[in-house]
Design a protein. Sequence first.
Length: 532
Amino acid sequence: MRSQVSTTPELLAARAETMPDALCLVDAETGQRTTYGDLWQDSLRMAGRLRALGISPGDVVATMLPHSVSTYRVWFALALLGATEVPIGTRYRGRLLDHLLRDSAAVALVVDLARTPELEDALADRPPGVVLLDPGNLLEGPVPEPRSLRLPQLHDVSTVIYTSGTTGPSKGVLVPWGQVHATVTGAFPPGTMAPGKVVYGPFPPNHVGGRLFACLGIEHGVPTVLRHTFSASAFWSDVEQHGCTTVGLVAAMASILLEAEPTTGDGRNSLHDVLVVPLIARHDELARRFGVRVCTSFNMTEVSIPIATGWTIGDWRSCGSVREGPPGYRLRLVDEADRPVAVGEVGELVCRTDSPWAMNAGYLGRPAETAAAWRNGWFHTGDAFRCDADGHYYFVDRAKDAIRRRGENISSFEVEQEVLDHPDVEACAAIGVPADLGEEEVKVFVVRRLGSGLTADELVAHVAARAAKFMVPRFVEFVDELPVTEGTGRVRKAELRELERRRVVASEQGGVQVAAQVDPASDDVEPGADLR
């Protein structure tokens, strides 16, 4: 018997028939708007054009688009063809961009050079065989018969989202349409969405968090306002202009809004529902000042919001409790041998669901990593948690060696590769250090080659010319050597983190900072997808 749950493209098709003139998507940066009917027809037309250009079922097509209406036209068009999309951040450059295109075996790349002309040079050295396609040209031609295309099912892969590598390069997460549905339906507490809501998603489209809000709007038949990156200066004007009621924020965004000078109009706005991930200590102040209610949750690219709160927050340090209802999450905290730990003890979070296809289907082209992550029938998140006697989960640390900066998961391995590319660098190690606005900043410990006079500013400029901005280190510390393990020679990053912890304590007691600080922060935050 066929499942009663529908995929997002199926819902779009249904809404295009029953409410074709209702507003679906708004691009806050360009003002472009589209209805359910137009989005469906444009997706069909693009599917026909892509098929005429040789895109076939099973092909992988990369996209490098600002968050816009075109993002969804292309995504749904590829889904109707049975092809798979790999979204890539528009800030990606150099080694990381090359890795994603090669690792995914993409046959084409859809890129809007009219809106992102700076990408032209970055794509000049793309791997051979990757054809560039303009999304505007894909709207040419007739609309094919819908019966000649195929609506995807829950088990079909909706997209491949690359998440930060920890002991190696970034790897592509296979995200089924069933996982998209499970994520959308768990994004806010039950009963949040209703007619009259307007969703606001200031997130880039190469993350789950970016796609979440448009799919949430389609799921409930309400408009979604898109903005490629969060901007403190544009946030409240977007809310006022479009009547936004429901939004997701990462901690840095919420802190930035609170840091702004109070105004008499702070509480007079249309905003009502605010998801903050991770939750900040000042969440009550956020709720009072702006007249909103606040919730939080835990998620990552590979899962679909297994832990969440309601609108009543107890201990702000908790991510919440196990999500109730479909897809039927089951959680455990386990030790290194996958044995459950006692209540209150720290263990790795592992999870599974009663419903099929509600979580990732593995990693693209990486069977060994897939088997390791899914060992013993449970998905291993790589994150350490503790759970109290009342079933509240508390994030403790990231077992994986990733850095969390302003909502973006950054691979320390990939930061290190860019630093090591400098001819005066002998060795380096990247870690996350506490940031003023919450989460982390990138710090690198660097061993210079003998006799080198390399400065922190020179090293940062080298990385900035080759890597995405969010990967550029904020702090650089030159050292004579790095602490390494015997035998394997791996850097003991726990020792570096402990060193930083002691320095934080010392600085609070009047100590001094020994690292060079670079790349001052701005109020514009480009966050990541997995809202965590």
